[in-house]
Design a protein around this ligand. Sequence first.
Ligand code: 1GP
Length: 252
Amino acid sequence: MSVYQRLLQIRDEKGAGFFVLLDPDKMDVPEIVRLARKAERGGADGILVGSSFLLSSRFDDAVKEIKANVSVPVVIFPGNANQVSRHADAILFLSLLSGRNPHFLIGEQVKAAPMIKEFGLEPIPTGYLLIESGAPTSVQFMSQTQPIPKDKPDIAKAHALAAEYMGMKFVFLEAGSGAENPVPDNIIRETKDLISIPIIVGGGIRSPEIAYSKVKSGASFVVIGNAFEEDDSIMKEFAEAIHTRKEKMSKG
Ligand code: 1GP
């Protein structure tokens, strides 16, 4: 079974999937492994590894050690073509569709593709949409692109539909790491009503209650990064909030 199929199965069984994002720029390898193991024990369905910058040289080591220590899928969430590792299970093959910077629409992808082939990594084509979230984010600065205005759901929806028509397998609605405000519920809901591919939502989700509202609005997967880097004891609460199917079953 492909990683993508496995993720869809998790979504179907649990109501939504829970990804923990670990950034090798923000912690050393032992710390990233400790958090990955803790994430798995806490109920995470997959570990995303990636960075908006990659200022450190430990990306490959971090992926290798995470893979050796968890059994959930380890999926690269790359900030650029340098973030490819043979040790991962899959890679979100992102195109920053909300922007008009050719480097992040197709340039980085062309650089990464031969390595992905050589390593036998599973690429998961993903339309990546950056949504305005308050103060400028790292993704916005590093990609030199404008986010989609948060009060213009029609623009987000048109981009998401284009992603589906281009054959993408996920739409990722991104507020940006550490965003002041997460992606608004109405953008998720209206996008979900329009498209048939699953939606990943991430950026600035700081509490289980907010994660739950993103799932209720239509997110098939929720990504949590910073909230764990600040307080890793909260993993189980996030997992319970995101795994809504279990809640329904226990209510009979
Ligand atoms: C960023 O969506 C991820 O790309 C996660 O964001 O670190 O704010 O949770 P946070």
